[in-house]
Design a protein around this ligand. Structure first.
Ligand SMILES: NC(=O)c1ccc[n+]([C@@H]2O[C@H](COP(=O)([O-])OP(=O)(O)OC[C@H]3O[C@@H](n4cnc5c(N)ncnc54)[C@H](O)[C@@H]3O)[C@@H](O)[C@H]2O)c1
Ligand SMILES: O=C(O)[C@H](O)COP(=O)(O)O
Length: 594
């Protein structure tokens, strides 16, 4: 006969590093879809839901609207121009950090946070200044404000393009210097010219739209852009080589990544039309700036208009900035009143949401799930975590968990069912009962990998109505012994299966046994000889301990056995569990915490 479950760690590989200590609030709970509105102007935070006010450090200037919103929810410390050391000193007292592009949030910041920092908010798009790997390892969510400055950046690109073509900046400086140089500042027309947009995302496509309105022919290079989107804007997608070869103007709108760094180098400039004009509102380092100076000197590039630089601010003696045929602005792409207010509110909402345990639809290092999908998946998310939690508690001491398979039975087309959230929650359920780690959506995969846990997923396509996202979820642990022998399935795995019934997660199968219990509180699973009196005896033992039974189900097996599943509000004492184990007809039992 099996004894009551005692928690042990079945994960032997790579214990958690100390810095990954528990944090009070996992990044996951389910708000009403309305709280995800990106453009909400009214406050929406119910202060009564909070126990203690969190502290948010705002390390770069943020529009007042965002600060006001944050203040309704948290203690807000606006400290700009901190040195790296000062930031590391302050961060251990903060639950959230908000930055723009100026403050670097390096690994040391996460290491100095001592597990308290739960979210970093970037009030803008580019997140090169945040070490995403380190954030993920520390279970810290990173959110940005991806849409608020799209139009501002596109407008700035167009402003630079037109100003450059007509020498506006140079002519203005000349006039202010008391000169009248009409023949010196003859420009070039835009109409009928080819503009190559490199990076056809949010900003790139807005630039394309505006350039077309100016009468330009727009082509775009973006290896990930959809043809439909390009068609909708009336832009032809071309190869990188074609873009370089055909363009009279090139406007850059890709993110800075290892593959885009120095994308325009000597070789690329060598393939451009002589006299090409370049606009960069993306990131300075996508251009090899020394190569650009050479191309400007040689006349391959006639003019450049730059808002961004590899080093910001660029050195005062930067030859690139000083060149007469370069128009330069100090990273002003997002600097409109409207964009700043929008970005501040967008990031404030995302940070507050994350601190409340909600998932963000602007998460950078966690699956982004649209609010509607979140609402639909909510009970399955809870089910996934509970199944993971149950499965790992069924593993016998001494057995190692290495291989886990999650099976989703659904009538939905796999492309219409995002299981990343469910997978992460299964991992959370598997790891949390046996570790001190704060497992959340951000670090679940990382922690699983670190422990040598291999998770595979399988879909079973059903022929029912696709209205309901999932019929059932199964969690299988392979190559492990169970402390409840009946949890072993036909295939030799420890298996638990669950379903959602009326929005409530249910355990519906354990090993080969059918059960039906809602997954709340804790569970006592007993397999017994099917004979009268057992339920009463177990009930009396629990009653004597004042342990409330929330629900109970008994299912018969074909072999004159019965499986009794009892939902308990409290944990019975060891003595009570021992007494239950001594009831002769009980063949095995296990107590599981949910
Ligand atoms: N100057 C500013 O103030 C300012 C303001 C906003 C955005 N930005 C910069 O502009 C960039 C684009 O912003 P967005 O909102 O359009 O982002 P986005 O993610 O919507 O678009 C980026 C596009 O670049 C494409 N891309 C990725 N790798 C590429 C490659 N190797 N070659 C060509 N295209 C590639 C992507 O497929 C995507 O379509 C941001 O990453 C940010 O760095 C600057
Ligand atoms: O990536 C962005 O959103 C822009 O570069 C804006 O950066 P900023 O917030 O520092 O102005």
């Amino acid at each position: 006969m099996a004894s009551a479950a005692k928690l042990h760690s079945p994960f032997t590989a790579n214990p958690l590093p100390n810095h990954l200590s528990p944090s009070p609030s996992p990044i996951l709970s389910f708000p009403s879809p309305a709280t995800h509105s990106r453009h909400r102007r009214a406050p929406f935070v119910a202060l009564s839901q909070l126990t203690a006010k969190p502290t948010i450090l705002v390390a770069d200037p943020l529009d007042r609207a965002g600060i006001e919103l944050l203040k309704q929810f948290a203690n807000v410390d606006c400290s700009y121009d901190l040195t790296a050391e000062e930031l590391c000193m302050k961060i251990s007292l903060c639950d959230a950090l908000i930055v723009r592009s100026e403050t670097r949030v390096d690994r040391e910041v996460f290491e100095s946070a001592g597990g308290r920092l739960r979210v970093v908010g970037r009030a803008g798009v580019g997140i090169e200044n945040v070490d995403l790997g380190a954030a993920t390892e520390h279970g810290c969510l990173v959110v940005n404000a991806p849409t608020a400055d799209t139009v501002a950046a596109a407008e700035h690109a167009i402003a630079l393009l037109t100003a450059m073509a007509r020498n506006i900046v140079q002519a203005d400086a000349s006039l202010k210097a008391g000169k009248w140089e009409r023949s010196r500042y003859v420009g070039v027309s835009l109409v009928g010219k080819i503009l190559a947009v490199l990076g056809f995302g949010k900003v790139g496509s807005e630039v394309a739209r505006r350039a077309k309105a100016l009468g330009m022919d727009v082509i775009a290079y973006d290896p990930y852009a959809s043809l439909d989107r390009a068609r909708a804007v009336g832009v032809e997608l071309v190869t990188f080589d074609e873009a370089l070869a055909f363009a009279d103007f090139i406007s850059l709108h890709m993110p800075l990544t290892p593959s885009t760094e120095k994308m325009l180098d000597d070789e690329a400039f060598g393939r451009m039309k002589r006299g090409v004009r370049i606009v960069n509102v993306a990131r300075g380092a996508v251009i090899d700036e020394d190569a650009l100076v050479r191309a400007l000197d040689s006349g391959i590039v006639a003019q450049a208009a730059l808002d961004v630089f590899t080093e910001e601010p660029p050195p005062p003696d930067s030859r690139l900035v000083q060149l007469e045929n370069v128009t330069a602005t100090p990273h002003l792409g997002a600097s409109t009143t409207e964009a700043q207010e929008g970005a501040a509110l967008e990031v404030a909402e995302a940070v507050i949401g994350a601190l409340r345990g909600e998932l963000s639809c602007t998460a950078v290092n966690a699956p982004m799930v649209p609010p509607e999908a979140m609402a639909e998946l909510a009970p399955y998310v809870a089910l996934s975590e509970k199944l993971g939690r149950l499965a790992v508690q069924l593993v016998a001491g001494g057995s190692h968990v290495k291989k886990v398979k999650v099976t989703y039975a659904s009538s939905r087309d796999p492309s219409d069912l995002d299981t990343r959230l469910l997978r992460a929650m299964v991992i959370k359920g598997l790891l949390e009962p046996v570790s001190t780690a704060n497992v959340n959506l951000v670090n679940a995969e990382f922690l699983a990998q670190q422990r040598g846990l291999r998770i595979t997923e399988e879909r079973i396509l059903l022929d029912n109505s696709p209205e309901i996202p999932l019929d059932s979820i199964e969690v299988h642990i392979a190559d492990a012994e169970s402390k409840f022998a009946s949890a072993i399935s036909e295939t030799g795995d420890i298996k638990v299966e669950g379903r959602v019934k009326e929005s409530t997660p249910y355990l519906t199968r354990i090993g080969c046994l059918d059960v039906s219990v809602s997954l709340e509180g804790s569970l006592l699973l007993c397999k017994q000889v099917d004979q009268p009196g057992i339920i009463g005896r177990v009930g009396r033992i629990l009653g004597a301990e004042n342990v409330n039974v929330g629900f109970m189900s008994v299912n018969r097996t074909p072999l004159k056995q019965a499986v009794m599943t009892i939902g308990l509000d409290d944990e019975p004492s060891k003595e009570a569990l021992k007494k239950i184990g001594e009831i002769q007809a009980i063949e095995e039992f296990v107590f599981l915490k949910l």
